[in-house]
Design a protein around this ligand. Structure first.
Ligand SMILES: NC(=O)c1ccc[n+]([C@@H]2O[C@H](COP(=O)([O-])OP(=O)(O)OC[C@H]3O[C@@H](n4cnc5c(N)ncnc54)[C@H](OP(=O)(O)O)[C@@H]3O)[C@@H](O)[C@H]2O)c1
Length: 240
């Protein structure tokens, strides 16, 4: 990616740490309101609360914010973009562009080429999500608990409500009034927004599995017209 300079921002916990970017050592700085002057593109991935606070400040300073958190995804004035699906939505941004939940991204990238040929009526998706999606503290928790279980010791969950090692948790984030979890409802709403398909019927079951990286999904799709497996494979094999 062509760039003249890069700044690394974090909390005061990491300020002063040195990291290498393209063989150059760069000092991490604490994020403050003045951090975004002279910044063209600000990539945010520090959680929704931090994004809600600093993204508008960065946008007002003239940066285009690309936000990895859930803070702005469903805000009607913020485009929610997956480059392989709806790159044209970038055009109407007002300083902030959101990117979706990880489970949404991988599903729409696979389904959109099929949807263009034969519009999707209904999706039923089950996810098997790795702990990396929760952040570095969850990766540490799985490592610690796996060792404890193999050593015959008791485990104490902190990040997740129950033990994650050698277990599956069919509850990602909190339950909503509609009986879906927040993670499941993100898959539903975000998919509709990205694919511009407000009436697409979608049901999701999201499960956390004791895997470090790599989310998997089983997706059952009903198209407007019959679609054979051969035809779906032919479409997906074409370069998009
Ligand atoms: N869209 C997706 O596909 C996807 C996938 C995974 C995660 N996420 C989202 O990405 C975000 C981060 O996830 P992660 O796994 O990278 O978490 P993480 O490993 O816990 O990292 C969080 C980062 O945020 C920084 N931070 C925390 N408080 C801050 C503050 N007050 N000011 C500035 N920086 C601060 C931390 O800096 P310190 O080191 O100083 O604490 C750290 O660099 C979450 O919102 C998560 O939901 C999105």
């Amino acid at each position: 990616f062509p760039m003249d300079s890069i700044q690394l921002l974090a909390s005061d916990r990491s300020a002063g740490r040195k990291l290498f970017v393209s063989h150059r050592e760069i000092e991490v700085k604490e994020t403050v309101s003045e951090s975004f002057k002279e910044i063209d593109i600000a990539l945010f991935s520090a959680g929704a609360e931090i994004s809600r606070h600093f993204s508008p400040i960065a946008a007002q300073s003239g940066a285009v914010v690309i936000d990895n958190s859930s803070a702005f995804r469903m805000v009607s004035t913020v485009p929610l973009v997956v480059p392989e699906v709806n790159p044209e939505d970038i055009k109407w941004h007002k300083g902030i562009i959101a990117n979706p939940n990880c489970s949404t991204i991988q599903m729409v990238v696979a389904l959109y080429p099929l949807h263009k040929v034969n519009p999707i009526k209904r999706i039923i998706v089950d996810t098997y999500q790795a702990v990396s999606g929760t952040g570095s503290a969850a990766v540490d928790e799985l490592t610690t608990q796996a060792k404890q279980v193999l050593d015959g010791q008791a485990t104490a969950p902190h990040v997740y409500p129950h033990q994650i090692a050698f277990n599956v948790l069919p509850e990602i984030d909190v339950f909503l009034d509609n009986a879906y979890t927040k993670e499941e409802w993100k898959l539903v709403e975000e998919t509709r927004k990205i694919m511009h398909a407000d009436n697409m019927a979608i049901s999701a079951t999201c499960v956390r599995v004791p895997v470090f990286t790599g989310h998997s999904e089983a997706v059952n799709v009903e198209f407007s017209q019959p679609m054979s497996p051969d035809e779906a494979q032919r479409i997906l094999a074409q370069p998009q």
